[in-house]
Design a protein around this ligand. Structure first.
Ligand SMILES: *[C@@H]1O[C@H](CO)[C@@H](O)[C@H](O)[C@H]1NC(C)=O
Ligand SMILES: *[C@@H]1O[C@H](CO)[C@@H](O)[C@H](O)[C@H]1NC(C)=O
Ligand SMILES: *[C@@H]1O[C@H](CO)[C@@H](O)[C@H](O)[C@H]1NC(C)=O
Ligand SMILES: *[C@@H]1O[C@H](CO)[C@@H](O)[C@H](O)[C@H]1NC(C)=O
Ligand SMILES: *[C@@H]1O[C@H](CO)[C@@H](O)[C@H](O)[C@H]1NC(C)=O
Ligand SMILES: *[C@@H]1O[C@H](CO)[C@@H](O)[C@H](O)[C@H]1NC(C)=O
Ligand SMILES: *[C@@H]1O[C@H](CO)[C@@H](O)[C@H](O)[C@H]1NC(C)=O
Ligand SMILES: *[C@@H]1O[C@H](CO)[C@@H](O)[C@H](O)[C@H]1NC(C)=O
Ligand SMILES: *[C@@H]1O[C@H](CO)[C@@H](O)[C@H](O)[C@H]1NC(C)=O
Length: 586
């Protein structure tokens, strides 16, 4: 009897995972085979249909944050991201959370705080994120759900512990104290003994130490009940794509755990099927309860949001034994039409310029086809450097590659949407004024070492100075390239430096003040020459002004190009910013 029960009637739970949508709900111009919000909805509905004849199967769709920042539809709507959140209500998410790119948009968060109630399944969970106006959690602290097949799911959503809380109307608490709090232990003692699986939804890169330590903490908390509960770690933030059995704890492989991460912008999804068997547990204090253990954890291998077969895999349609042409559901087609109508209204595909070359975002300024070089040596002098300030100090842009650019500038036409996808972040241009050369170099080194990122590994001022002196003395130019913020070949001989940064980065850079002996020099808003302050708007304006490839107007184009080069040379000679630049740019 028991065996029959085990063989035939074990319940299964399908967990579908997407994250880091970054406004990318309307596909990819350069990869048209990739899906969009319609593909996701179709997939959801196809799985639902597929399992509908099996009463032992149930499914959950989980989102792991960062729905904002990345496309024109997201960035250019009056309340940033609001159009994205609105369209996402059409996809029946069971649990969602917010990421740093949602939290950093105060208007979006204000909007979402009310708007979240329009999501049909009340999916938002923010276990360690709070809303300043109310002092309460931004969304519900956890979710507990009994599925149609009886599987009891206990879910929480965490945001990575803050380096500094720089969000304007929300704040995040450190994870470890949150999970070790009395509040959480009370919830756990109620729900641990009546759950079959735990979903640990974290806006944290799966491979990052905090992801691992959090999972270990959850395991340890359940150990207090003697319960090896199946755990699904849903990661995000780093845009990686994989699924792995969770790392061993004390050398023991944890077969009751899988971790998934699913890329970005709806380019990928993860789908894991858990098969669970009842498992009797006696707690250390002698209480008996029935939980579950995993008899099978099956991740679908092919993870791209591609419907038709590709070289990499069979495509999503094959999973349901249907032709790719019949994959989209009616609801998905209707939703896609609505998205297209909105896109037309916002005119995201208007051509705003054209580039003669491709500029690569991951290349340092030494390369002539570096996006960073274009930014620091052309955009900055053209739209930002302020003549009055230039009379006093060198203008030195500190551009953090990762937090300024997200895509290469492709040769050819550039649409408004392309421009936002290349520079999606809307930071206010600020500066650290009047820094002495030695201190400027030190701060630049500090930034490139990303010391602020190592708050678990606090460094003494003396140790940092040792590293800095060593760095200064090395003659190995390659070793000197630590291109986290920017690569420069400055000789640091100017009288003083205005280090141009953003309201976002200034908080990190000023953490280096004490290591570099800087006091005062509070960051200020930089009065840009163009009057445009925000990084995304600067880039759009730059493309419009200087990448205007109107073929009927050859002269105009040349004139503009000349202007850039002249500005550049002026910047280089008059203000001696980046000596090396001259060599490659001639
Ligand atoms: C569809 O159902 C079949 C039969 O139960 C199952 O083998 C298959 O994995 C399901 N496909 C998906 C994508 O869930
Ligand atoms: C939000 O509230 C937190 C906790 O009370 C506080 O530390 C933070 O400074 C507040 N943020 C703002 C912008 O007021
Ligand atoms: C678990 O305990 C219940 C009684 O509480 C019993 O009926 C059941 O057979 C046990 N299951 C297993 C798998 O041992
Ligand atoms: C719990 O189950 C064990 C057998 O697994 C049994 O010996 C014990 O009496 C049970 N305790 C209670 C409180 O039911
Ligand atoms: C960079 O240099 C190479 C070789 O000198 C040249 O072919 C290419 O067009 C240059 N690219 C840019 C963006 O100037
Ligand atoms: C570039 O955009 C212009 C309109 O501004 C259009 O006429 C032209 O066909 C586009 N070129 C390509 C290759 O798409
Ligand atoms: C930049 O920041 C300053 C100071 O907070 C503010 O007054 C200004 O409005 C901001 N600019 C933009 C475009 O947001
Ligand atoms: C830096 O500039 C100097 C000349 O000012 C040059 O000799 C050196 O090769 C440059 N370093 C790199 C890595 O290009
Ligand atoms: C220079 O530094 C780079 C990067 O640290 C290293 O790979 C290389 O071996 C070094 N070259 C020499 C000659 O020491």
């Amino acid at each position: 009897m028991l065996q029959l029960y085990l063989c035939l009637l074990l319940p299964e739970l399908h967990v579908i995972h997407v994250s880091d949508i970054h406004g990318g709900i309307y596909g990819h111009k350069d990869q048209p085979e990739l899906g969009d919000i319609g593909t996701l909805l179709s997939y959801y509905q196809r799985v639902q249909q597929n399992i509908s004849s099996n009463p032992e199967a149930a499914m959950l769709l989980i989102g792991t944050g960062d729905d904002c920042e990345g496309t024109a539809l997201s960035g250019l709507s009056e309340i940033k991201c609001s159009e994205i959140y609105k369209f996402l209500t059409n996809v029946p998410f069971d649990m969602m959370t917010v990421g740093n790119h949602d939290l950093s948009q105060p208007a979006s968060m204000e909007f979402l705080h009310e708007f979240q109630h329009n999501f049909p399944k009340k999916p938002f969970v923010t276990t360690n994120t709070f809303y300043n106006r109310t002092g309460e959690r931004f969304s519900q602290p956890f979710k507990y759900q009994v599925m149609s097949n009886g599987i009891r799911v206990f879910m929480i959503s965490l945001m990575f512990s803050p380096t500094q809380n720089d969000y304007q109307n929300t704040y995040t608490q450190n994870i470890e104290p949150t999970l070790r709090s009395l509040w959480f232990s009370e919830i756990l003692s109620e729900y641990a003994v009546k759950s079959d699986i735990f979903l640990l939804n974290m806006h944290i890169g799966t491979l990052e130490p905090e992801s691992h330590s959090t999972y270990k903490t959850i395991r340890a908390l359940f150990d207090e009940f003697n319960y090896k509960i199946p755990i699904h770690v849903l990661g995000a933030h780093d845009h990686l794509v994989f699924h792995v059995i969770c790392p061993p704890i004390n050398g023991v492989v944890d077969k009751n755990c899988i971790a998934t991460e699913c890329g970005q912008m709806l380019k990928n999804l993860q789908h894991v099927v858990w098969t669970l068997a009842p498992h009797n547990v006696t707690t250390p204090v002698g209480i008996n309860f029935t939980g579950s253990t995993a008899t099978n954890v099956f991740p679908f291998e092919f993870d791209e949001m591609i419907v038709a077969p590709t070289h990499a895999g069979e495509g999503l349609a094959a999973r349901f034994n249907i032709f790719p042409e019949s994959f989209d559901t009616e609801d998905a087609i209707i939703l896609r039409i609505q998205v297209q109508a909105k896109i037309k209204q916002v005119n995201v595909y208007q051509v705003i310029g054209a580039s003669k070359f491709t500029y690569v975002y991951e290349k340092g300024v030494y390369f002539n086809d570096s996006f960073q070089r274009l930014w620091n040596l052309a955009l900055m002098p053209a739209l930002v450097f302020n003549r009055e300030l230039q009379k006093r100090c060198y203008q030195f842009p500190i551009t953090r590659v990762d937090n300024t650019f997200r895509k290469d500038v492709q040769q050819g036409n550039i649409t408004l949407d392309d421009a936002v996808r290349m520079v999606p972040f809307s930071f206010n241009t600020t500066y650290l004024p009047n820094i002495e050369p030695e201190q400027a170099q030190c701060l630049y080194f500090w930034g490139n070492l990303a010391r602020w990122n190592h708050d678990h590994d606090v460094i003494s001022v003396e140790r940092f100075q040792e590293l800095f002196q060593k760095y200064k003395q090395t003659s190995n130019e390659t070793a000197k390239i630590v291109p986290f913020y920017s690569v420069s070949n400055n000789t640091w001989e100017g009288p003083c430096y205005d280090m141009i940064t953003t309201n976002y980065e200034e908080k990190r850079l000023t953490m280096g003040y004490k290591y570099c002996g800087i006091t005062g020099h509070e960051p200020k808003v930089y009065p840009t020459s163009s009057g445009i302050q925000l990084t995304d708007e600067l880039f759009i304006e730059f493309i419009k002004r200087y990448f205007n490839q109107n073929e009927e107007d050859e002269e105009f184009e040349n004139e503009n190009e000349q202007k850039i080069v002249i500005t550049l040379i002026a910047a280089l000679w008059l203000f001696g910013i980046l000596a090396i630049a001259f060599f490659a740019f001639k």
